[in-house]
Ligand binder design. Structure first.
Ligand code: TRP
Length: 328
């Protein structure tokens, strides 16, 4: 089976955008690929963060992944820093990565603007560590969102540069773009993100979700109940596409276009479907939180599995670059 690698940062609360855009897709991929998913804590320290909360966030993120269906019988879930070979390989990759390429990265440019007071090497080298994450497992496919395709492209280039200099070692990983609908924030405009205060958290209580949906932006062209709406411009309709069944989706689409149903009713249907899907996930998170040893065990055995692969590849790398000889 072809191998997949992807990572998620342990930064704050996971929202339905992360779930629909990434995690739910990751679960499906476990059926056809050998999948490794990582909570990438070393990536998260490249910007300011709350140190006291890091542990909690790492565990919460891992718990959510497992509760969403990334269970140990289907795939590997582990924490990046538990397998130090990632950072070791990143150092080797630093020596084949042109700085010019890193400075061109859109995410680096954006983050440098947001964090002017701390433009550090980690921020610049972020994609190098990402390349190491993927290539330490020789993964061929990387499911990510549009915003990460540039980084995966760079991983391909790093693999190529390494192979040219040291001999064929790494595959050139390919992006697997998710076909999931892209949900905007509850403002209907910006990308959903906790810091924008427009997110619906995966673990939020039904009443909170209902209230957020109630006040969420809809089709901007529909001012009165009697106006026909335009589902293609409505973020609530996008959410329907992510959470509702096909017949309900066509029902609300039809109803909206003909002003047959109003936004309140449309949101009620969405609310019901959303809570139906999130309910079981939230229940599993609760169960897992009640016995924290479980997630710790999952992460420990995940790291052991990864370590076995990573240490072998790292050994191959050490030999190829000439730092390790037969007799040392
Ligand atoms: N940079 C990715 C993001 O912010 C997270 C990530 C780190 C990742 N390492 C990875 C994704 C390796 C895919 C593969 O979303």
């Amino acid at each position: 089976m072809d191998r997949i690698f992807s990572g998620i940062q342990p930064s704050g609360e996971i929202h339905i955008g992360n779930y629909v855009g990434a995690i739910r897709n990751w679960v499906q991929l476990t059926e056809r690929y050998d999948c490794i998913y990582s909570v990438v804590d070393y990536h998260a320290i490249t910007i300011e963060y709350e140190m006291e909360l890091m542990q909690k966030r790492i565990l919460e993120t891992a718990t959510i992944l497992v509760a969403c269906g990334l269970t140990p019988d289907k795939c590997i879930v582990f924490v990046q820093s538990h397998v130090p070979e990632h950072t070791e390989l990143a150092w080797v990759f630093n020596s084949v990565t042109p700085i010019g390429e890193l400075e061109r990265m859109t995410q680096f440019k954006e983050k440098s603007k947001q964090h002017r007071q701390n433009i550090n090497m980690g921020l610049l080298g972020y994609p190098v560590l990402q390349a190491a994450d993927i290539l330490i497992y020789k993964a061929g496919y990387v499911p990510v969102g549009e915003d990460q395709t540039q980084h995966v492209e760079l991983s391909r280039e790093i693999a190529r540069k390494f192979n040219t200099r040291y001999g064929e070692t790494f595959p050139e990983p390919k992006v697997l773009l998710s076909t999931a609908p892209r949900i905007a924030g509850t403002d209907g405009q910006a990308k959903m993100s906790k810091s924008m205060n427009n997110a619906i958290g995966l673990l939020e209580a039904p009443e909170v979700i209902r209230e957020k949906l109630r006040s969420a932006a809809t089709c901007p062209h529909r001012e009165r109940r009697s106006d026909p709406g335009h589902p293609e411009h409505c973020n609530i309709f996008t959410m329907h596409q992510a959470f509702s069944k096909p017949d309900e989706i066509s029902g609300v689409e039809q109803g909206c276009r003909t002003a047959g149903i109003g936004c309140i009713e449309c949101k009620e249907i969405l609310y019901k479907n959303m809570v139906e899907e999130l309910g079981p996930i939230q229940a599993r998170v609760k169960e897992m939180n009640a016995r924290p040893e479980y997630i710790v065990d999952v992460l420990k055995s995940g790291a052991a599995h990864c370590k076995a692969i990573a240490s072998e590849v790292m050994d191959e790398v050490r030999r190829k670059i000439g730092v390790k000889s037969e007799w040392l």
